[in-house]
Design a protein around this ligand. Structure first.
Ligand code: SAH
Length: 716
């Protein structure tokens, strides 16, 4: 399904069950009975009356929200208490049961859809549209937050949406104790952001001064992901209590760029230049460092040999140069690594200790804020972690144990269709439809702010956190939070009953229930905490982790333990890059898992991801062709296999949903560090190490080839 503005605007009000409403020309189906009657009062709100052939009775369909009801929808006025921003004014005219007017409660997404709402086709009702429409929501174009109770009548604008927050969760998990974290505060968040920027700067300087290289792109971001797998410290983002101090992921990535960072080579001249640069840098390094005589001799001999070859072989091809470069790396690499080892370890340790110090400073800032508001900071020390409960409950949003200081004002204004949230001159941006999504998530999940007085400061903190985490550089961090296409989520839900994302953020989640990196900022928007803290007994999960080796490894451990422990249906459909050179340990382990029921591979360039910064990017940038293959693995216990097993029909439907939907491919350009262009040389990097994430935007025919590899593994 392609979701773009043209489609949204050209959607017809006529629509029959089973008909793809997404069609740009969306005419009434020739085979379906005509819409029996338009409802003048509700038409403007997107409702029309349709005829169900299967049930032989009319139903009501909302083309804005894709909702279908058997009963006549009722119109309600905009409720400025529950929707103070008016961002969700879209469902003006959308049905609300009487319950909806009662104070909002958190559990709405966890409970089975009640009353009139039509559930999944296998569930209560027999008919749901086969291809869901591109959904749109309406958001106000003015900043109405000054007074949450004021009745404002803002104009409505339609935007596409890329989520379905109405899917109820089927996850039952061990009850999660509240996190021992401070509730977010813009002042403390600003402090964290500034210190993290300083940390990034230190890292760059250390790499420059000690190794003469730029800090490997994305390695700082992957370092934070890796550290947080082990960290038991007090800060939700900065590592401050983890072993060992030398991060394996950072160490690996720096060594990989020594003596120079190799870039993806497009032309013969690039290959020649790169070979020459590598040889020169290797020579310089071995001469200036404290190497053993043997190492020095071997490296120098190989470098001289390369120079001679370069002088002689004037007609060498690109492949010849690449082969020679590979040989030189193999010969010199281990000796250069030996020489650099101690100093690289020094960089990693220094950075970790600085992070510990900065985490402490952020904590002090939090305590200071509490003191300024006359809240006794001593209380913080008396709060201790509570034990994990053994009780199994429907999964619920993450909660926090530490006291919250009053939040300062954050202003909202709209600029070029983006919502801008300003705190003390610091602006964070988000596309308006995503702000509407956040409001919806907040309404579903937040229990302590029915008047939405803290909504904007909390959104500000969450956006600032993700900016701080993934970096501010162009294209930075994108490979760490690229999302599966909407059509794939739809297929996962429809055919495998998936209702939960194990790796997400309030910005990129498709479902209203998900795990995320930051329980403190994200819990108000539905996060169930970090995935390694979630202990589900049953449920069907989608899993698209950030491509960091340590996190993926811990994830596999976690899933294996959960699957072994439960006799209830528990299923994980995992999507990871098909990296074989070297092979990702997590992928190898899942391939060998006794819970693996099936494995598929979607080929490189023949599928897409959604942009990591989907909440701020332009719609034409949204879909990015993948440079790597994606392995899909079904990890299921017996009960889940019986219920949601990967049958041929389900697999076919999933793969069909993966087919790029006829979008014009993006112009070639970097998606993240590992696939990204080298700013200086305009080259792309070499194939990523297994620690690196890549999504790309390269034009191909976009057809899925069908090639059978073995009885167990399929190629598509
Ligand atoms: N939800 C989308 C995008 C996933 S990208 C999808 O499933 O296709 C990976 C996401 O995992 C990022 O948003 C990142 O912030 C989040 N993440 C990082 N560490 C995490 C952790 N420990 N637990 C849960 N989510 C995490």
């Amino acid at each position: 399904m392609t979701i773009n503005k043209t489609q949204v605007i050209s959607m017809s009000t006529n629509h029959a069950p089973g008909q793809a409403v997404a069609s740009t020309s969306a005419q009434p189906s020739a085979t379906s009975p005509p819409v029996t009657q338009d409802l003048p009062d509700l038409l403007a709100a997107g409702w029309c009356k349709c005829w169900s052939r299967r049930e032989k009775r009319p139903y009501y369909f909302n083309r804005f929200t894709n909702q279908s009801l058997w009963e006549v929808p009722t119109t309600v006025q905009h409720d400025s208490i529950s929707d103070p921003l008016g961002l969700n004014a879209a469902p003006v005219g959308s049905p609300r049961t009487t319950d909806d007017s009662a104070p909002r409660k958190r559990s709405s997404t966890e409970e089975p859809t009640a009353g009139l709402k039509r559930g999944r086709s296998e569930d209560v009702t027999p008919i749901t549209p086969v291809t869901p429409a591109p959904r749109i929501c309406k958001v106000t174009t003015e900043a109405p937050f000054a007074s949450p109770t004021s009745k404002h009548k803002a104009p409505l604008v339609a935007f596409p949406v890329f989520w379905n927050l109405e899917v109820p969760s089927n996850v039952v998990a061990r009850e999660m104790p509240p996190y021992l974290l401070f509730p977010p505060h813009p002042e403390a968040e600003l402090c964290r952001a500034q210190l993290t920027a300083r940390l990034r700067q230190h890292y760059q300087e250390l790499c420059q001064q000690r190794e003469g290289i730029d800090a490997p792109r994305e390695s700082f971001n992957r370092w934070m992901l890796e550290r947080k797998v082990r960290d038991r410290g007090t800060d939700p983002m900065l590592p401050s209590d983890c072993e060992p101090a030398v991060s394996p992921s950072m160490f690996r990535e720096i060594l990989n760029d020594i003596p120079i960072r190799l870039s993806r080579i497009k032309h013969r001249e690039d290959a020649k230049r790169q070979l020459f640069k590598y040889a020169e840098a290797a020579k310089r390094m071995i001469e200036s460092r404290n190497a053993t005589p043997d190492s020095r001799k071997i490296v120098k001999w190989n470098v001289e040999d390369t120079f001679n070859w370069l002088r002689k072989e004037l007609s060498a091809t690109k492949e010849d140069y690449l082969e020679r470069l590979d040989h030189l790396r193999q010969q010199c690499g281990p000796h250069l690594a030996d020489v650099a080892k101690e100093s690289v370890e020094g960089i990693c340790a220094k950075l970790y200790h600085l992070a510990c110090e900065y985490a402490q400073r952020v904590r002090s800032r939090h305590l200071e804020i509490l003191r300024e508001c006359n809240l006794p900071p001593d209380e913080v020390d008396s709060v201790t972690t509570s034990c994990m409960e053994e009780r199994a409950v429907p999964c619920h949003p993450a909660r926090l144990r530490l006291p919250e200081a009053p939040l300062p004002r954050v202003d909202l204004h709209v600029e070029s269709e983006q919502a801008c949230l300003r705190h003390r001159g610091e602006v964070v941006r988000v596309n308006q439809n995503y702000l509407a999504k956040l409001e919806q998530l907040y309404r579903l999940n937040c229990t302590d702010d029915s008047r939405f007085e803290k909504f904007l400061p909390r959104v500000w903190c969450m956006l600032r956190r993700y900016q701080t985490m993934f970096g501010l550089g162009a294209h930075e961090g994108l490979g760490l939070h690229g999302a599966l296409p909407v059509s794939v989520f739809e297929a996962l839900h429809r055919h495998f009953d998936v209702t939960f994302e194990c790796f997400a953020s309030p910005l990129n989640c498709y479902f209203a229930q998900y795990c995320s990196a930051f329980p403190d900022t994200d819990g108000y928007f539905g996060s169930r905490g970090t995935v390694l803290d979630l202990f589900p007994a049953s449920g069907s999960f989608e899993v698209n982790p950030p491509f960091g080796e340590e996190l993926m490894n811990s994830m596999v451990d976690h899933f294996e333990n959960l699957l072994a422990a439960s006799t209830e249906p528990l299923s994980f459909v995992v999507f990871v890059p098909e990296w074989r050179d070297p092979a990702t340990p997590a992928l190898l382990r899942m391939e060998e898992s006794c819970f693996k029921r099936r494995q598929l591979l979607v080929l490189p360039f023949e599928h897409e991801y959604r942009h990591g910064a989907q909440h701020v990017c332009r719609s034409e940038e949204l879909h990015i062709r993948a440079l790597h293959g994606t392995a899909i693995l079904f990890l299921q216990n017996d009960a889940a296999y019986a219920r949601w097993g990967p049958t041929p029909e389900r697999i076919r439907a999933l793969l069909e949903a993966y087919r790029p939907q006829g979008r014009a491919p993006q112009p070639a350009g970097p998606a993240d560090g590992t696939a990204g262009g080298d700013e200086a040389g305009g080259e792309e990097s070499t194939a990523p190490s297994s620690a690196g994430g890549t999504t790309g935007s390269i034009e191909t025919g976009g057809k899925l080839s069908e090639r059978k590899e073995s009885s167990d593994d399929e190629w598509v």
